[in-house]
Design a protein around this ligand. Structure first.
Ligand code: HH2
Length: 272
């Protein structure tokens, strides 16, 4: 397990034309690197590089294109010693990125997307983030229903954790993420955050990725770029309920808020 001495901030870097918040901004590797360096300087513990949007309705991207987008950035991050994760559900992309130095594979399909993914993560000795998603990005927001969203997500993550371990990935390397916005209504997202402690009882460190997402817009009436304060509030509440890592676009605000929250609440958010 990659250990962090404080609540960990994962800075979002989407090298895509169509991500919901930063799409098109960082397709150029120089712009992507400048932003990555800025986020690292602002206190990001990891830069999460993604080459395929998973926003609701997004179309899949072929592996060759995803590699073409992310690898120049991954290579430069490695050269500069900036720690990074790779946000992908493709084994070929995870293999290339971990080969250059990505320390964590962030797979929003939780090893259901590519049958070769588990072996790549196991062989690389990388950390793995398993994310709950109902269906696939193209259809996930079509009338999502759960018996009890928290119990359903928890059972899913527990099953996926068991699967990962059975595939040779050490349990100590696995992070769990309830997948805010991935096939969930506003009420589902709020219920998951309210009862995040139930996910924490699975015994693995919890990641939350809620930055600028639609539910914040539904609550505040704000467009993506103006959802920072709403996201910071939700991340602080997630921290208080036991989350360890926070995937955000707004690193400096999140880092400050978590520093104050950690000093106040005083619980060690450091995974083993
Ligand atoms: N959300 C997104 C992408 N990757 N990874 C984890 N672990 N958790 C998340 O909640 C999560 C994620 C979607 O947001 P974003 O990358 O900002 O946009 P897009 O998918 O449009 O590129």
């Amino acid at each position: 397990m990659t250990a962090f001495a404080r609540p960990a901030v994962m800075g979002v870097l989407n090298v895509t034309p169509d991500s919901f918040s930063d799409g098109g901004e960082f397709l150029n590797p120089a712009a992507a690197m400048a932003h990555a360096q800025l986020m690292a300087a602002q206190g990001a513990d990891l830069v999460d590089v993604g080459g395929e949007s998973t926003r609701p309705g997004a179309a899949p991207v072929p592996a060759q294109e995803e590699l073409r987008r992310v690898m120049p950035v991954i290579e430069q991050l490695a050269e500069r010693g900036i720690p990074m994760s790779i946000d992908t559900s493709k084994a070929a992309v995870a293999r290339a990125a971990t080969g250059v130095g990505a320390v964590l594979v962030n797979d929003v399909t939780a090893l259901r997307g590519d049958p070769g993914m588990a072996a790549v993560v196991a062989e690389a000795g990388a950390d793995l983030c398993l994310v709950h998603m109902r269906g696939e990005p193209r259809t996930m927001q079509d009338d999502p229903r759960y018996e009890d969203v928290v119990s359903d997500v928890k059972a899913f993550l527990e099953e996926r954790l068991g699967f990962a371990v059975a595939q040779g990935i050490p349990e100590q390397r696995v992070w769990l993420d309830p997948g805010i916005g991935f096939g969930k209504t506003l009420q589902h997202n709020l219920e998951l955050l309210r009862r995040l402690g139930e996910i924490v009882t699975l015994g693995r460190p919890v990641v939350v990725g809620l930055s600028r997402k639609r539910f914040l817009g539904a609550l505040t009436g704000r467009a993506e770029a103006d959802r920072t304060a709403g996201g910071v509030a939700a991340n602080v509440l997630a921290f208080e309920r036991g989350a360890h890592m926070f995937r955000v676009h707004d690193v400096v605000q999140t880092r400050d808020a978590l520093t104050v929250a950690a000093a106040t609440v005083g619980h060690a958010a450091d995974p083993e």
